[in-house]
Ligand binder design. Sequence first.
Ligand code: ADP
Ligand code: MG
Length: 298
Amino acid sequence: MRIAILSRNDNLYSTRRLIEAAELRGHQVDLIDTLHCYMDITSNHPKVRYHGEALPKYDAVIPRIGASITFYGTAVVRQFEMMNTYCVNTSDAISRSRDKLRSLQLLSQKGIGLPRTGYANKPDKIQDVIKTIGGAPLVIKLLEGTQGIGVVLAETNKAAESVMEAFMGLKANILVQEFIKEANGADIRCLVVGDQVVAAMKRQAAEGEFRSNLHRGGSAMLVELSAEEKATAIHSAKAMGLNLCGVDILQSSRGPVVMEVNSSPGLEGIEGATGKDVAGMVIDFIEKQVIAHDDEGL
Ligand code: ADP
Ligand code: MG
């Protein structure tokens, strides 16, 4: 197969591993810098151009779209879709996953366990939102934050109110969430490929920190998933329409609750913690999907 990996950087662990796994299986891989692609949007002959030439017809595209380039990145992925190229994650699914509120709304409709979450636009509704969620302690989050930045724990209703007022004053979109205290600063990252959890790790926050992000000093370890946790991760990926994603789960006293679904999950932490060849499993999955995709097109 001829595969394109859309990524900004070939030094990233995940990109390098995907290239390695694809080449090991005899595929030809091009690393394409997403921001250097441009589009020829002509009737019946859509093309993606790159450094002055039209890109060839790929059998598969693996989008690794960073959160800071979602708009342009999803436009590039959509253009490949217009050329009937198989994309592991579709542009629509990537856009959906980038907005925490939209993701939670979709997951809630499917009955997936979630931390109780509120959203409001006007400061005069803050007290009622806090009351609805059950009062402090509460977690307040920016809708488009990543790596734990923009996630705040408010220990009292007063603190929650002033943090929300401050964010709203800055015109930032925020949501308020029940704090899952019993998670003890840990969460579970489930890596889903197709309809399977291929690897999972537990991330434990650093001492004195409630955010378990590895970027915030969290540490990763192996974890055995319960059947309910596995099913939650698989249903979440399906609800979001993502073939490749990281589903982050908190272990609450009422069972697994989903915090977010990441459409460009990093491979370094999870391959390190589990010793699994996740990149290889991604390429194996793509091989099967491309055969099915081509059959459909005949
Ligand atoms: P980001 O997209 O920045 O990673 P998250 O929503 O994943 O934001 O939150 C970052 C971390 O904060 C999580 O990995 C988790 O450890 C902690 N956290 C987030 N929401 C809650 C919550 N409702 N209850 C307990 N801990 C939470
Ligand atoms: Mg997170």
